[in-house]
Structure formats: structure tokens, C-alpha cells
Design a protein around this ligand. Structure first.
Ligand code: ATP
Length: 814
């Protein structure tokens, strides 16, 4: 098991990412035949390869491309895009030594220094000169340098410092490369709702690797079996390549980002060839094995540098405290001044900046808008005005904290007026409507679902009361029997197609159970108490039976325990998952201790990082809508599956041959949580309970030996044992369990609660396949650690509350 996993910081909290993390194995399946793979030698000689490639390029230069024209790019930096044919015309056969082509200047920048001492201006000046031959565009080598340093450390402080210093150099030397660099470092090319997918087939990377680095299928497979990660395979292949066909044209940050955009927008006939050419060109132009590694990791969308969303937001906030583009007229803090501050004061300066950036991103999660704003005005409150809540841009949803049972809820909310709402088992939806009546619908993970729910879109004119011009409201979409109003199971909803749903052919009817209103007639309502938001929602919008209505609710205080219990029973009897309990007002009625907050934020929980605030800060329990936060002003109580009310969404990753009656099937099955920081899957438990025979059968049929769903041991799985077979990770299963235990065998969340031991589940039981969740949305190791801590705190509390032991007995035993 890698050290990085062991030494990882404790107490990080999950950051959900809607990005697709495809499995590496899938990139080596079903490879199309290429000229190279026909050769029997492990690798072609560079000379032969060069001639073959040159021949191909000559041909493709004379034959016009069959691909659709790539539409004109809209962003200013896109002006630098080279038409693909132009790039190819430059191909001339000349073998070059690949040694000495690396960008040694970029490779020497000490980005991992403390930002308090790092001399960004000196490096910016040196690099500007160095990039003048590339029209001043920052080199991809510099980004690679930052990736390598970030990847080399397990310290979150170092990762943040590296990104901060890297961003500072870019801000000072080539501000126009900051935005593409941020997209590349966050392993995406657009916000989730913009739906820009690379759409690279599994075979195209391997085909390009073979072609550009002169490997045949066997050679590629050998490297893959040894390294497991497509990027590492590219690294090795590039390292072995002693000659290249032509001097690589240095990759720039903008150029690489534009190539990815070109891949994403290339659609229709011939687009596969266009994409393939771009991928090959990128690999061809890498200077050095590290560039190859990160280009390929970017293409397979599994960067593994730990620059998750929150890390990037923190890095941006800090970088713009220190640096600004030349000519910008806002103030930055001189480095010497920051260096003189006491640690707490520096933390406060950092925190203030970070809060602004995080708040902006939670309301308006699009770097395309945030970065230009930052370059223009730096980190100021005005960012929240310029880059705040906006119609047709989804805000990141507020989340609920888990609770063990109702009594915990009543204790937590003593002295408060709260409301209990049914927790419907459907799909969360954010509905935006502007004055012109244009409607957008977004999912919990910010994907655009407008095409999935044309029936909801068509309801808007009727539900929008007369005084409503524009709004953003939120609710749960549930499949509902239109005749009886009966709620249907979540699985029914999953039968609906995701795109291009034709309103005339809808078979699964839905009802939107609205529960919040965040924006009304041009005014954000986030800071208004929930009671007021709910009042506006229910008074200004119009119900339509079985199609648009309010969540079932009941207002209470802690004194109403009996009625709350009744309400909870009513919810679970009506096919709901349980209840959500929400604080109604901001004011405390009595002077009770304030409840604590947990956030969906890595560094708020990072106890080992002195630069960031500690987790579990005592904070007033507000009834405001807090985007992207998991607060205790929203509590969820789920029906008890077993002793634990919480369930986990785990990824099946392997299986053992069953015994006796189950000999024909895989049983037990090994399951994992995902670690969004390292990109690894960490084994958490074996399960053999809750499956029906029919399920076992289907499972065996899916994961048949010899099928592409059975793979060799993946390098990205962390597990001390060895199942009989490894599954290609592709599903998410909801699992119940009794409790979470420390384990010497399982690696889940290792380093988060114990340096030596991981976490595992007692009495795991399969509940259902989460058809609606992709592997990237499975439970994270941080979340598992959070649940473990909650369970630990609970047991400590129960320990102290237990009556004192009988003293007489104590005496007798002595
Ligand atoms: P789960 O795994 O239970 O679906 P989650 O991680 O998706 O939870 P939580 O914050 O834990 O999100 O639970 C809130 C979810 O419950 C919301 O995302 C929403 O989809 C759903 N929900 C159903 N009814 C309500 C309600 N009345 N108020 C808020 N959320 C509700």
C-alpha cells in the first residue's frame, strides 16, 4: 500500500465532484488495430516507426478531413488555436534525439516553498523571457512542474503552497493562462452543467500510445500490467523513447486546454479521427516523460494530484492576496508585510479571502466567470456581487447532517422552532426561471436536467403565481401515481431517460415536492430565515395536485417529541426515507449552547494544518440557506435499516468463488469507498448478505471470467488481501451496516482516524443498486471517517451517561 495513503492528513471531509473518473482498465480494452499493433516485435525501431508515421501523415495531408468543421472558439485565448491540418503540414521526417528537449527552467522552479518566501516576481520575469518564442504563452512544462511537486507530497499544506506559488507566477507572467491552468489542474474543462465531455473512446489513448511511442499491443499490455495507471504507462513509454520524429513543439497551457476543448466539441462524422489526431499530437509534443504522464492522466480524467475543488479555491484566494497582473489597479498585500504577521493574524487574512472565494464558488460554480473577476478586482467582497447567485447557473446545494435518531435531533434543537419535512426518495431538483419564462433544471450534482423533465418545465407557467417574475426554487422530484397520488419507488424514477425526453411519450409521471426558495424576482433570498423563504414559496406559487406541491411538513419544538415521532412514522409508512428537520428562525429562544457545524470543506476539518481553521467550530445555528455546506440547521433522520441509520454507497471491486449453494456465484463481494484526493478505491468490506439468488446470478453473468468486466489487479485499488477476481469498477451499491470498526485488513480511510488501521463495516448488507449514481458519486473515505467519528463520539457519550458501577461489587472484587 502506498505511503501516500498512510500518511494522508486526518479529518478531511468529502468534496463531491461530478467529474467522471473512468477506470484506467477501460482504456486498454477493445483496442482498434493500428499499424503498429500488427508488428510482432515488442517495439518498432524508431526509424521504421518514423517512416510509417510520415507515410500516414503525408496521406492525411493530401486527403481532406471528413470530420465536421470545428466551430469557431468563443474565448479570447482561443485565437491561438491552430487548425489541425496546419499542424500536420509541419510534420517532416527527421529523427531527433528526445534527450535534452525538456524545459529545464520550468523544471527548477521551487513552487513548494512557503509563499511567504517564494520569489514569484523573479521567476515570472525569467519565465516571461523564456516564453517569448511562444508569444508569451506559459508552457505546459510549468504546469507539469506544479503537478509533479503536488504529487510528490502527502502534505496538504505543501499541495496548497505549490498551487499558490504556481498561480502567482502565472498571474504575474501570463495572466491569460490562469483560467486554462485552473481547468487543467481541476481535471475538467467546463462546469458540470455545461456538459463538455471529452468523449474519448477507451481505445483511443492506447492507440495513440502505441503509435506515438512505437509500442505494440503486447508491449503496451506489459507496461499496463506493471503500472496499472495509463499516465504511468505513458511516462515509461516516453522514457524509453530515445528518438522522436520531430522536435516537439513545446506545449503551452492554453494549447493543451484548447486541444481538450476541440476534442469535446468535435461531434459527428469523422470526429473520432479528429479526436485521435489531437490526442496523438499532444503525445507527440510532450517534452519529457512527466509531461506525457500528465497529458495522459488529463485525457483519462484521472489526474491524481489532490487538487480537489476546495484546495483550488484556497489556492486561488491566497495567490490573489500576493499577486496581481501587471497593470491591475487593486491592492495586494506585500509579501514582507504578510511574512511579519503573527500566525493567527496571517490565518485570519487567509481565511477572510478564502471565505469570499468559497462563498462565490458555492453560489456560482464556474471558473470561467470567477477567474476573470479575480484578475480584474482581486479578492474583495465585490466578487460576491459580480460572481454571485445567477439565474441558469446552479448554486451548490445545502446538505443535511446525519443523526442517529429522533432523540438526538430533539436534544440538538432544544429551544428552537423547527420544522420536520418528509424526506422523499427521489431526485433533488433546482428549478430556475427568468422573467422571460426560460426554465432550467439542475440536479444535486449540478448537471443540467432540463431535457429530462420537460413535463416540469411545462408546469412553470401554472405554478408561477401572478406576482412572480423570476425565481430559483428547490424540491425533490418523485415518481407519483397520477390517479391516486401514491408515491412510487425511487427505481421507477430511474427508468426515465436522461436526455431528449419527449413530453408526449412520458410513461413515468413525476411530482415536484418543493421545499425551498432561494431567489425571487431578482432578489437572492439566501440570507432570509427559512420561515420567511418557505412562506414566500407557499404563498406565491400555485399547487397542482400530484404534479407540483409542497413537502409534507410539521412545525414543532423539542417539547413535541410524541408528535414528531408520529410524523416520522407517517413519513416512513409513505415510502419516504425518513425526515429532514430544519431550523426555522435565526434567533435562539434561550441561552443554550450553540450547535456545531460541520462543513463540506476539506480545510475546515483539517486539524493538522495550522493555517486553516479547526473543524467543529461552535457556531450559531442559522436558518439561512448555506450553499455547499452540511450544517446542523438541517438534520436528516432516516428509517433504521439496522442499528445504524446511515447507509453507504459502495463500489463492488472484486469477488471470491462462493461456497456450497453459492458455488456458481461470486460471494462474498469486496466493496470499496473512493478517495477523491488520491483517485484510489479503498477496500472497506466483504459482503454476502442482502443478495437474492437472482441478483447473484445476474452479478455472475455480468462479471464473468474472460469478460472485460474482470480485470487484472488494478493499481488504484488499496487492499491488503486478494480476491479471486477483480471487477472493473462501474457500479454503486447502497449498503446498510451495523457499525464501523477499525480494521487491520481494510484500507478505507487509513490515515484519517488511525495511521495503521483502516475502517471496515460490521454486518454489511446489500440494499440496492444505485442506478442514479456513478462511481464518482460513491461514498468517500473522508465521509466514512466522519461517520466513524460520530459513532465514536456517541459511544463516548453513552459511556459517560451509563450509571456508576455498583460500589459494593467493586469492593468485593478487589
Ligand atoms: P442521501 O444519501 O440520503 O440521498 P445526500 O447525501 O444525497 O443524502 P443529504 O444532505 O444527506 O444528501 O440528504 C438530503 C437529500 O435528501 C437532498 O439532497 C434531497 O435530494 C433529499 N430530500 C428529500 N426530501 C427533502 C426535503 N424535504 N428537504 C431537503 N432534502 C430532501
Amino acid at each position: 500500500m502506498s505511503n501516500s495513503v498512510k500518511k494522508r492528513k486526518r479529518d478531511d471531509v468529502p468534496v463531491s465532484s461530478p467529474q467522471r473518473n473512468r477506470s484506467i482498465a477501460s482504456f486498454f480494452k477493445g483496442q482498434a488495430t493500428s499499424i503498429v499493433s500488427e508488428d510482432t516485435d515488442q517495439t518498432l525501431s524508431d526509424e521504421i516507426l518514423a517512416r510509417k508515421l510520415q507515410e500516414e501523415w503525408n496521406q492525411s495531408d493530401t486527403v481532406p478531413s471528413t470530420g465536421e468543421p470545428i466551430s469557431a472558439p468563443s474565448k479570447p485565448e482561443d485565437n491561438n488555436i491552430e487548425p489541425p491540418n496546419k499542424a500536420q503540414k509541419k510534420n517532416t521526417l527527421s529523427l531527433q534525439s528526445s534527450v535534452g528537449t525538456e524545459d529545464t527552467l520550468s523544471l527548477a522552479v521551487p513552487f513548494d516553498q512557503s509563499p511567504l518566501t517564494f520569489d514569484s516576481t523573479r521567476y515570472a520575469e525569467e519565465l516571461k523571457g523564456h516564453w517569448s518564442s511562444e508569444s508569451g504563452n506559459a508552457s505546459y512544462a510549468l504546469l507539469t512542474r506544479a503537478f509533479v511537486l503536488a504529487n510528490a507530497t502527502t502534505s496538504r499544506i505543501k499541495i496548497v503552497d505549490t498551487l499558490v506559488n504556481f498561480l502567482r507566477v502565472l498571474v504575474e507572467a501570463d495572466p491569460s493562462s490562469v483560467l486554462p491552468a485552473v481547468w487543467l489542474a481541476t481535471n475538467s474543462i467546463s462546469p458540470p452543467y455545461a456538459e463538455m465531455e471529452l468523449g474519448l473512446g477507451g481505445s483511443s489513448i492506447s492507440k495513440a500510445l502505441k503509435k506515438i511511442y512505437g509500442l505494440n499491443s503486447q508491449g503496451l499490455k506489459t507496461l499496463y500490467d506493471r503500472h496499472g495507471d495509463a499516465g504511468d504507462v505513458a511516462f515509461e513509454a516516453k522514457k524509453r523513447q530515445s528518438f522522436t520524429l520531430m522536435k516537439p513543439k513545446p506545449l503551452t497551457i492554453k494549447g493543451v486546454y484548447q486541444s481538450l476543448q476541440k476534442i469535446a466539441i468535435s461531434k459527428g462524422t469523422g470526429s473520432q479521427e479528429t479526436k485521435q489526431r489531437i490526442v496523438e499530437k499532444l503525445l507527440q509534443d510532450t517534452r519529457g516523460a512527466e509531461e506525457s504522464r500528465y497529458i495522459v492522466r488529463t485525457l483519462v480524467q484521472n489526474l491524481r494530484i489532490g487538487a480537489v475543488k476546495t484546495t483550488m479555491l484556497i489556492a486561488l484566494a491566497r495567490a490573489f492576496l500576493y499577486s496581481k497582473p501587471s497593470g491591475a489597479d487593486y491592492a495586494v498585500r506585500p509579501q514582507q508585510e504578510l511574512a511579519r504577521l503573527k500566525k493567527e493574524d496571517l490565518n485570519e487574512v487567509y481565511n477572510n479571502a478564502e471565505e469570499i472565494i468559497k462563498a462565490s464558488y458555492a453560489r456560482h460554480p464556474d471558473y470561467n466567470d470567477l477567474i476573470p473577476c479575480l484578475l480584474d478586482i482581486g479578492v474583495t467582497e465585490e466578487i460576491l456581487v459580480r460572481c454571485g447567485l445567477q439565474l441558469h447557473i446552479p448554486l451548490r446545494p445545502m446538505l443535511g447532517s446525519i443523526t442517529r435518531d429522533l432523540s438526538e435531533v430533539l436534544t440538538k434543537l432544544q429551544g428552537r422552532d423547527f420544522t420536520c419535512e418528509y424526506k422523499y426518495d427521489g431526485q433533488r431538483a433546482q428549478l430556475h426561471c427568468d422573467e422571460k419564462g426560460k426554465v432550467s433544471i439542475f440536479s444535486r450534482h449540478l448537471e443540467n436536467m432540463t431535457e429530462k423533465y420537460p413535463d416540469l418545465v411545462s408546469l412553470v407557467p401554472q405554478i408561477r403565481g401572478e406576482s412572480v417574475s423570476s425565481f430559483i426554487l428547490e424540491g425533490e422530484v418523485v415518481a407519483v401515481d397520477q390517479e391516486t397520488g401514491e408515491l412510487l419507488a425511487f427505481q421507477v424514477l430511474t427508468n426515465r431517460a436522461k436526455k431528449n425526453v419527449d413530453i408526449g411519450t412520458i410513461k413515468v409521471n413525476v411530482c415536484l415536492f418543493a421545499f425551498d426558495l432561494m431567489y425571487l424576482n431578482g432578489i437572492p433570498l439566501l440570507n432570509r430565515p427559512f420561515r420567511e423563504r418557505r412562506e414566500l414559496l407557499r404563498s406565491l406559487f400555485v399547487e397542482i395536485p400530484n404534479r407540483f406541491t409542497w413537502v409534507e411538513s410539521f412545525d414543532a419544538t423539542s417539547a413535541d417529541s410524541e408528535t414528531v415521532l408520529e410524523f416520522f412514522k407517517g413519513a416512513t409508512d409513505t415510502k419516504c426515507e425518513g425526515i429532514m428537520v430544519k431550523v426555522l428562525d435565526n434567533v435562539l429562544k434561550t441561552n443554550l449552547p450553540e450547535a456545531s457545524e460541520t462543513t463540506n470543506n476539506v480545510d475546515d476539518m483539517d486539524k493538522s494544518d495550522p493555517k486553516v481553521p479547526k473543524g467543529n467550530r461552535r457556531k450559531a445555528l442559522l436558518s439561512t440557506y448555506e450553499p455547499d455546506k452540511r450544517l446542523e440547521s438541517w438534520l436528516k433522520v432516516k428509517k433504521d435499516y439496522s442499528t445504524s441509520s446511515e447507509t453507504l454507497d459502495l463500489i463492488p471491486i472484486g469477488g471470491w468463488h462462493g461456497q456450497g449453494r453459492k458455488a456458481k456465484w461470486w460471494s462474498p463481494i469486496l466493496l470499496a469507498v473512493r478517495n477523491p484526493e488520491t483517485g484510489s478505491l479503498e477496500a472497506v468490506t466483504k459482503c454476502m448478505s442482502g443478495f437474492t439468488d437472482k441478483f447473484y446470478q445476474a452479478n455472475k453473468a455480468k462479471y464473468t471470467e474472460g469478460s472485460p468486466n474482470i480485470i487484472s489487479r488494478p493499481s488504484y485499488v488499496e487492499y491488503y488481501g486478494e480476491p479471486d477476481v477483480w471487477f472493473e469498477p462501474q457500479e454503486v451499491w447502497e449498503m446498510a451496516f451495523a457499525d464501523i470498526t477499525l480494521s487491520p485488513t481494510y484500507t478505507a480511510a487509513i490515515g484519517l482516524v488511525s495511521d495503521e488501521r483502516g475502517l471496515s463495516l460490521r454486518f454489511p448488507r446489500f440494499l440496492r443498486v444505485r442506478e442514479d449514481k456513478s462511481v464518482d458519486e460513491a461514498t468517500t473515505s473522508d465521509y466514512l471517517a466522519l461517520l466513524w467519528r460520530k459513532q465514536f463520539e456517541r459511544s463516548q457519550k453513552e459511556e459517560t451517561e451509563r450509571p456508576a458501577p455498583d460500589t459494593e461489587l467493586d469492593w468485593q472484587e478487589e
